[in-house]
Design a protein around this ligand. Sequence first.
Ligand SMILES: Cc1cc2nc3c(=O)[nH]c(=O)nc-3n(C[C@H](O)[C@H](O)[C@H](O)COP(=O)(O)OP(=O)(O)OC[C@H]3O[C@@H](n4cnc5c(N)ncnc54)[C@H](O)[C@@H]3O)c2cc1C
Length: 277
Amino acid sequence: MKRGPDRRLAEAWDRAGLRGPLRESVLEPFLAGVLADDRQESSDTFVRLLVRSFALGAPGVPAAGIGALPAQLADTARRAGAGIRLSHRVTATRRHGRGWRVEVDGADAIESRDVVVATGLTPGLDVPLPRARGLQTWWFATDERHNDDAALRVDGLRRGPIVHTAIVSNTAPTYAPRGQHLVEATVVLPSEATEADVRRQLTELWGTDARPWRLLRRDDIAAALPAQDPPLRLRRPVRLGDGRYVAGDHRDTASIQGALVSGQRAAEAVLQGRGQR
Ligand SMILES: Cc1cc2nc3c(=O)[nH]c(=O)nc-3n(C[C@H](O)[C@H](O)[C@H](O)COP(=O)(O)OP(=O)(O)OC[C@H]3O[C@@H](n4cnc5c(N)ncnc54)[C@H](O)[C@@H]3O)c2cc1C
């Protein structure tokens, strides 16, 4: 962990003398897509942690899609006796005797001794949330395999709204429609990018005409990640102080890893709370 005061990334890089093509053509667009921050406002300390993970780890995606991760957690929980109901939107949590009443849209309320709110950055359940940052991902299918490059491509010349693009099916062939190839293009929100802007930049980045590619979908995720402003506060409290608990990446680091760690901390806090009753 870095010692000394934390700063905005742009300021920390200025002070470190980091400038030129490495900064402008590689680090800025790459990190913009990872942090959903195109202005280098994020915490330098957080970015150091992140870059360390990239340097030590091997990036990848589950063959069955990212849903494989919660499915695996759910299997373990069910085997331990947990009941899981999907597609039930919680509208409120209210004090009820010595426990809680969890109100569910279109279904009976659930009474419970403890409640852990793990609803991401969605407001509405009276939980303090940090500012969110957004990402937009465009998904295209192509008939031709333009190359076998599995690397993420960034635009060092910043010729358009795309901060990175990849032929995802070169890493995960199961993600593409049958017999086709899948290309993603990521843009930081807010953005006024049009489909024509995106196709134009993809043509430049891949050196092949992207106009015939089939647009499969566009995901606009306004609350993709919690802002990681300096000074970085790792390990925010998971106890809400009103008898409820909270889990999510906004309690630890803005990542799947952070969300998992916060879940473990919330579970430990619940058990500790029960032990004290
Ligand atoms: C495009 C994109 C790419 C990313 N890539 C990576 C990556 O490569 N690596 C990485 O580590 N992180 C990545 N992230 C970030 C990662 O997805 C998040 O950090 C992580 O999902 C946060 O987990 P969470 O449990 O806090 O919240 P979420 O994953 O948002 O889960 C919250 C859940 O609560 C549900 N919910 C919300 N409101 C209610 C309600 N009222 N009632 C019931 N349920 C509700 C939601 O439907 C959701 O399922 C990416 C994010 C995006 C958007």
